[in-house]
Design a protein around this ligand. Structure first.
Ligand SMILES: N[C@@H](CCC(=O)N[C@@H](CS)C(=O)NCC(=O)O)C(=O)O
Length: 203
């Protein structure tokens, strides 16, 4: 059995779709239509009771969830691409960056910006939550900008850290989030990679 990515294009599973392309790993894609609520249906929850994407079905049929865990497993399973490496300090720094991007910039920033109605029914409160989310995203991107500096990639070389970076930067550009020039440059550098063209054929 080959790998299957449970994926909703435009969501954070874009980062895993990009990573699989970067690693050049043969896999199937099972599209889960989030706007239509397919992630909440029994057929999907039988595979992933969390009802979220991304999820990865491995060769033994088991399902792995959570962005960082999937990325780590892929990076270690396909080491020839050198996206995680063997050095403990390096691995810890890569995980540190990934956790910041997923747990803080995505979950505490973009989530409030994109779906404030999930948290609060009042329209004025939603507006305030959306603004709070945008400010958190901008703060997070300023931190990542300082980490990036004048390097080409967050760790100096391409690593797993670019997997969450690419989906966050695509969201940031689409939402016209204010971000430093080096983050725009990272977005453009990643989007120019052949793997991005495979993962995002529509741009
Ligand atoms: N902690 C999870 C979060 C995944 C997540 O929130 N995915 C979103 C798409 S970007 C989702 O499936 N949302 C559907 C929902 O929450 O109902 C991870 O790191 O993979």
């Amino acid at each position: 059995m080959t790998l299957t990515l449970f994926h909703s294009p435009g969501s954070c599973s874009d980062g895993i779709a990009y990573l699989l392309a970067e690693l050049d790993v043969p896999h199937h894609v099972h599209v889960v239509n989030l706007p239509k609520g397919e992630h909440l249906q029994d057929s999907y929850r039988a595979a992933n009771p969390k009802g979220k994407v991304p999820a990865l079905r491995r060769a033994d049929g088991s399902i792995l969830t959570e962005f960082q865990a999937i990325s780590f497993w892929l990076g270690r399973s396909f080491p020839q691409a050198g996206l995680i490496g063997d050095d403990l300090e390096d691995q810890a720094r890569i995980l540190e960056l990934m956790d910041f991007m997923v747990a803080s910039v995505h979950m505490r920033g973009f989530t409030f910006m994109k779906v404030p109605q999930k948290f609060i029914p009042d329209a004025e409160a939603q507006k305030a939550l959306r603004a709070h989310g945008r400010a958190e995203v901008e703060k997070g991107l300023r931190h990542l900008s300082a980490v990036l500096g004048d390097k080409d990639f967050l760790m100096g070389r391409l690593t797993l850290a670019e997997a969450p970076a690419i989906y966050l930067l695509r969201w940031a550009v689409a939402a016209k989030v204010d971000m430093p020039d080096n983050m725009h440059a990272l977005h453009d550098r990643l989007m120019a990679r052949p793997a991005a063209q495979i993962a995002f054929p529509d741009g």
